[in-house]
Design a protein around this ligand. Structure first.
Ligand code: NAD
Length: 453
């Protein structure tokens, strides 16, 4: 198999130790950066062909992230990779202890289609910064972006260091039989389980960036105008095809009517029209059909129109939703926003606790007790108070899920650590050797050891 040959060549290349040099890592990070900049237009065109994503959205939610990541690692490479000195305990005196960030070796990154550049290249960049070789398998569903990344990388990087393998389920299945030193997967919880099982065969560590139903809660103590504006933006960005988009809304009953009116106002103001070149389309027929089936006509508050030929679904708010409705049984991943009202804030938090742990959670309030209860009580990957989605743009925060929304995290220093082994090394002096730990043992030695430990 061709790809097996490439993996073997990466293994051999890793053994040459070249990827461990900071100059090598920096050189290739710089190279990737200049290739992204010089191919910017080609990247915009490819993603627009895949699902009509605008240049503005592509820059702000994809390319800017990637360029920022590269700049971050180039700037911080030295301090991130410097061995960290830690304290040495009494029994190991005289000695010193260090933790080395050791590259893992050969990494497999499997990407998702919804932010095809960011979700494929950001992990690669962190893996390169940490000194690894890498094979990337982008999502075949966003075919043009997959080909764009393959041409940029395969034409400019040695395959024994970095390689893009194009393919779908069949190719991924065969890739998963090979032994990697780490698999970094972004995608659905269902496929995440397949990846985890395959990785277990080789005891390969994984990072799984998965999905789930992320709630947004709005209480009567929120700045409602700001809440409405930020929820509409976070939900309908990329036509709702965002892993951290607010999946559903929990609104306090007393402000429900007023708040829904504000949501409707911002949807109108943001001009997500059928002919808009700024509003992203649904990725394919299959997802389009799945989403249309979730629109319960009886419960439409606003929107509800769609055009199959253009793969357009209007931003749609569905009101008076019940926890048992179909739309509450799966991650929506599209521009449909179901609204459930609540009377008691703590009971609303308890309802979220009944579900799988979400990738994100959002709370809109200015009440400090409500904020405290939200962060203490709920378990979720990451989230915001008084905003949506933006937590993942702060590379000082780790990004990842918990429970069925994922394992592990990345971004900034967390990405570097994800692709490094924390290698512990204790160095001892070779003089002054006390006999206390060596046989023959005695009660006296034991009492000394008890004192020392
Ligand atoms: P997906 O799980 O269908 O596909 C992801 C990758 O897995 C693709 O590269 C695909 O080729 C491969 N794949 C698909 N089926 C496979 C199989 N049977 N065996 C082996 N490989 C297979 O996910 P998707 O549709 O690309 O993305 C949507 C999902 O990803 C949503 O659930 C979303 O929440 C999640 N997501 C999570 C994040 C995150 O950062 N946590 C980001 C984006 C998307």
């Amino acid at each position: 198999m061709e790809i097996e040959r490439i993996l073997l060549s990466q293994r051999d290349f890793f053994k040459t130790q070249q990827t461990k040099s900071l100059a090598f890592r920096k050189m290739y990070l710089e190279k990737l950066k200049s290739l992204i900049i010089s191919n910017e237009n080609m990247l915009y065109e490819a993603i627009n062909k895949d699902f009509g994503k605008s240049k503005f959205d592509t820059f702000t939610t994809e390319l800017s992230f990637i360029l920022n990541d590269i700049n971050y690692y180039i700037k911080n490479l030295k301090s991130l990779s410097k061995p960290k000195k830690v304290r040495t305990n009494l029994v190991n005196q005289l000695g010193n202890s260090k933790v080395y960030a050791d590259p893992l070796g050969c990494i497999l990154v499997i990407g998702a289609w919804n932010y095809p550049y960011q979700l494929s290249l950001s992990p690669i960049i962190a893996a390169m910064a940490a000194g690894n070789c890498c094979i990337l398998k982008p999502s075949e569903i966003a075919e043009h972006t997959m080909k764009a990344m393959a041409s940029i990388i395969n034409e400019n990087f040695p395959p024994e260091y970095l390689y893009v393998y194009e393919g779908g389920i069949e190719e991924t299945t065969s890739l998963l039989q090979l032994k990697f030193d780490k698999i970094f997967f972004t995608g659905s919880t269902k496929v995440g389980k397949i990846v985890y099982k395959a990785a277990a065969e080789h005891l390969t560590p994984v990072t799984l960036e998965l999905g789930g139903k992320s709630p947004a809660i709005v209480t009567k103590n929120a700045n409602l105008e700001i809440a409405a504006k930020r929820i509409v933006w976070g939900k309908f960005l990329n036509a709702g095809q965002t892993c951290v988009a607010p999946d559903y809304l929990l609104v306090e009953e007393t402000i429900q009517e007023q708040f829904l009116e504000m949501l409707r106002k911002y949807i109108k103001e943001f001009k997500y029209d059928q002919d808009s070149e700024q509003y992203t389309r649904i990725i394919n027929q299959k997802n389009f059909q799945r989403l249309v089936r979730l629109i319960d006509k009886e419960k439409i508050y606003s929107g509800g129109n769609f055009d199959e030929e253009k793969l357009y679904i209007e931003p749609t708010i569905l009101n008076h939703i019940d926890w048992n409705d179909d739309i509450m049984q799966e991650e929506i991943f599209g521009p449909l926003l179901p609204v459930i009202s609540f009377q008691n804030y703590n009971a609303a938090l308890n309802s979220i606790l009944e579900l799988e742990k979400p990738l994100a959670a959002y709370l809109f309030t200015n009440d400090s007790e409500e904020k405290e209860n939200f962060t203490r009580k709920l378990s979720f990957g990451g989230g915001c108070i008084n905003d949506t989605v933006m937590h993942l743009s702060n590379d000082h925060l780790p990004f990842g899920g918990v429970g069925s929304s994922g394992i592990g995290n990345y971004h900034g220093k967390y990405g570097f650590e994800t692709f490094s082994h924390q290698k512990a090394v204790l160095e001892k002096v070779t003089w002054g050797e006390p006999n206390i730990k060596y046989p023959p043992y005695s009660e006296k030695k034991l009492s000394w050891i008890k004192k020392l430990m």
